[in-house]
Design a protein around this ligand. Structure first.
Ligand SMILES: Cc1cc2nc3c(=O)[nH]c(=O)nc-3n(C[C@H](O)[C@H](O)[C@H](O)COP(=O)(O)O)c2cc1C
Length: 431
């Protein structure tokens, strides 16, 4: 194996990643209404575990049952049942079975909490309108969190990290991007608080920094802590790239093991490379990937690397072996992450490492309309939201196929996937 992707990397906490390929976080939607992972989910991690990635990051695991992204999320709630503990252990074991390191992504959905699961979500400050979305992904107007509630959220992340450690995970990734609660705190447009948790960048970052400090203080030193951070929210009053660089400086002193750079949210889904009409570019020079590699956030992560003292992972848009290798060789990042391609082929890392694949099929689900009034870049928010949900639905359907070893089903139309996805989430909620 001569590829730079094959070089091992030791994180600051001592955790060794056998290579530079990561399976990025992908919500599996395979837990029951109590948030307990299913046997299917264990099977999925067995497949990913056999696929050769140096690092596997789970889909978001929710730290509060009241504020989840959607039915089907795994939830770590107070005291875990024996069954939940056993299932989580089985996931960690399956993911690690062939030498991958496995991190659990922890999240609180805040204002994004699904209407299907939550009538009155919470946010840094009052929001009279819910977050746009369709089906599983629309949310209701929010109330502002109290100071006591914010403190208890810090405790929830710590408790969830302990549960992850007890179950055998190598560490956690704190979801601080993609519009989830911590990223809502970071955003000046969504965080209008006038107390210690809002205003200056440092105050907006306080929730994230306190979580990191507490997890570091209460978990063993060899437990890895990663942050998934937006380079930018790509909205006018959102978190900007300058803010991102400022936050990385603070994370340098916080004993973080890995930063993953991504960007956008449901409102501006730049993590999927979807550029919408009112997209606000954080920095025109940086926003177009690095040197033709296709990595949507490559130029951002390259700039982050000049500041960050910990390893950097970049995820989004990498679709060839050459591009993945360029990311490492040109020090765009230390690790390359793959999301959607891992829903289609669990063996992708191994194939990249052994030169068995050059171009990664970027199969677009049938029915994904690129332009026009009905397209994913439509000026009508409704159509954009339908596309977002359908894209998740289609990929989660492919993940479900991976569990039982079936091949990818490209002809599944986007809207059929959407209908099936909604049906399955409704069934989960009612169980
Ligand atoms: C079905 C699906 C579920 C996802 N769930 C999560 C998640 O739980 N947490 C997260 O940080 N990102 C999530 N993502 C985003 C991916 O981690 C990744 O950032 C994105 O797919 C871009 O990478 P790619 O171009 O390689 O797909 C999800 C993406 C898809 C398609």
């Amino acid at each position: 194996m001569t590829t730079p992707l094959g070089h091992a990397l030791t994180l600051p906490c001592g955790l060794v990643l056998p290579n530079r390929i990561a399976k990025a976080a992908l919500s599996e939607f395979m837990a029951d209404s109590e948030g307990v992972p299913s046997e299917h989910m264990i099977a999925l991690y067995r497949r990913w575990g056999e696929g050769g990635a140096g690092l596997i990051i789970t889909g978001n695991v929710m730290v509060d049952p009241r504020y989840i992204e959607a039915p089907g999320n795994v939830i770590l709630n107070g005291k875990l049942s024996k069954v939940a503990r056993t299932q989580l252990q089985a996931i960690a074991e399956a993911g690690k079975s062939s030498g991958s390191a496995v991190l659990m992504q922890l999240s609180h959905a805040g204002a994004l909490a699904s209407k299907q699961a939550c009538e009155r979500p919470v946010a840094p400050s009052l929001r009279r309108r819910g977050t746009p979305g369709t089906g599983a992904f629309s949310s209701a107007p929010c109330r502002a969190l109290t100071q006591e509630e914010i403190e208890s959220i810090v405790a929830q992340f710590v408790a969830a990290s302990k549960m992850a450690s007890d179950a055998g995970f190598d560490g956690v990734q704190i979801q601080s991007g993609h519009g989830h609660l911590i990223s809502q705190f970071l955003s000046p447009g969504l965080n209008r608080r006038t107390d210690d948790w809002g205003g200056s960048l440092h105050n907006r970052a306080r929730l994230m920094l306190e979580i990191v400090d507490e997890v570091r203080a209460r978990l063993p030193g060899n437990f890895a802590i990663s942050i998934k951070l937006n380079a930018s929210d790509f909205i006018e009053d959102g978190f900007r790239f300058d803010d991102c660089l400022g936050v990385v400086e603070w994370l340098n002193s916080a004993e973080i093991d890995l930063i993953e750079i991504s960007g956008g949210s449901r409102v501006q889904p730049k993590m999927f490379g979807l550029i919408q009409p009112d997209c606000y570019e954080a920095d025109g020079r940086l926003a177009s990937g690095y040197n033709g590699t296709g990595a949507y956030f490559g130029s951002f992560s390259k700039a982050v690397k000049t500041v960050a003292r910990m390893p950097v992972l970049v995820t989004g848009g990498v679709r060839s072996r050459k591009d993945a290798e360029q990311v490492i060789l040109h020090e765009v990042a230390d690790i390359v992450g793959f999301g959607r391609p891992m829903c289609l082929d669990e063996k992708l890392p191994e194939k990249l490492l052994f030169g068995e694949v050059d171009v990664i099929d970027d199969i677009m689900p049938e029915g994904l309309v690129p332009g026009g009034h009905l397209g994913f870049d439509s000026s009508f928010g409704f159509f954009r939201d339908v596309h977002f949900e359908a894209l998740i639905a289609w990929h989660s359907m492919q993940m479900a196929r991976l569990c039982n070893g079936s091949k990818m089903d490209a002809p599944v139309k986007l809207l059929s996937a959407l209908r099936a996805f909604r049906k399955s989430l409704r069934a989960t909620r009612q169980r």
